[in-house]
Write a protein that binds this ligand. Structure first.
Ligand SMILES: NC(=O)CC[C@H](N)C(=O)O
Length: 336
């Protein structure tokens, strides 16, 4: 994937807590300084409005389970949540209908194929395989129990807002731009219907899924949303329980294996944290019991993951001692 240069920065042992606030702030500044000059990656343009994103914007926000916040750069810049919504809608649907129902109807295995793959559905007899690719996310959105379409949308928008600790709203321009071009997602929904895996009107569900992807957030919001999962389902800023502890656990498990699309294995190998990315350049990486990192930088790699965001997460995972699999590891100057 890439080398992580830790020259001059000590790798921290993966202990039970984050380092002190000043050290966190210092390392966030260091990560920003290291990766802001990077020019790799391309801004998404398959949703026409996203092509106008400024490739130089770069913000990081880290929020602990105690609510302590450190931020650097464009952490307050708005962008659309896109695929990162999938993680939180999955959590809300698990909360509403239970772990087993979602497992049975959507699945929890990686497809190994791009997020908008039609072939993945065909290869698996219509099973979406997991809720973090478009097919699984569309199926998951349709599973949110509600009396009406409007009530379903409010359960999703309101639920995501509770994760963020503020009312989230749709970026209408991005929503309309995607609705004009999302023929592939409409095809995926029709195919799900054909396989008997979508019980609602495919057009209405794609519309709702597109709206959920167009909710506006910031890197700060992503960190709060992630920290809620890190904190066992309680938003550490508002103190409100959003989902049950088991749901937070289940969501993090799926993110570990499927959150970074077909790059999830490489991501886990380098960073060792459950995470989710979106095509407008957001990444949320969660350290269970400690906190979460929200990152925003629009240029993407070919899988659709933010290039600077991946680098910053790899660096910070090592420097802050976040890797789930690295308990007790503490070395200086290693590049691994
Ligand atoms: N990877 C993403 O962020 C994809 C989300 C986007 N709304 C889509 O369905 O194509």
């Amino acid at each position: 994937m890439f080398e992580v240069d830790m020259e001059g920065v000590r790798q921290r042992a993966s202990t039970g807590s984050l380092p002190g606030r000043e050290r966190v702030a210092e390392l966030l500044r260091e990560a920003h300084e290291r990766y802001a000059p990077m020019r790799d990656g391309v801004v998404a343009d398959y949703i026409p409005v996203l092509a106008r994103a400024d490739p130089d914007r770069f913000g990081l926000s880290l929020i602990g389970v105690d609510g302590a916040t450190s931020e650097v750069g464009a952490a307050g810049d708005p962008f659309t949540i896109q695929s990162i919504s999938k993680a939180f809608v999955f959590a809300l649907v698990c909360e509403a209908i239970g772990h087993h129902a979602v497992h049975e109807r959507v699945g929890v295995n990686n497809t190994g194929l791009p997020f908008n793959s039609v072939m993945a559905l065909e290869l698996n007899l219509g099973s979406p395989m997991n809720p973090m690719v478009n097919a699984g996310a569309i199926a998951t959105t349709a599973m949110m129990p509600a009396e009406s379409h409007d009530e379903r949308w409010e359960a999703i928008r309101g639920g995501l807002s509770r994760f963020a600790g503020r009312e989230l709203a749709v970026d209408v321009e991005v929503y309309e731009s995607e609705m004009r071009t999302n023929t592939r997602n409409r095809a995926i929904a029709r195919l799900l219907e054909g396989y008997g895996r979508l019980e609602r009107d495919p057009a209405a569900i794609v519309d709702m899924y597109t709206r959920q992807c167009a909710l506006t957030v910031t890197a700060h919001d992503l960190a709060v949303m992630g920290a809620t999962l890190a904190d066992g389902g309680v938003n550490p800023v508002t103190g409100v329980r959003v989902v049950a502890e088991e749901v937070a656990r289940d969501t993090l498990t799926v993110l570990a294996s499927c959150g970074m699309y077909e790059r999830s294995g490489e991501w886990l190998f380098e960073i060792g944290l459950p995470a989710k990315s979106g095509v407008s350049g957001g990444i949320v990486a969660i350290s269970p019991g400690k906190g979460a990192l929200g990152s925003f930088s629009p240029p993407l790699d070919p899988a659709g993951n933010s290039v600077r965001g991946q680098r910053a997460c790899a660096f910070l995972s090592r420097a802050l001692g976040l890797n789930l699999f690295a308990s007790g590891v503490s070395r200086t100057g290693s590049t691994a």
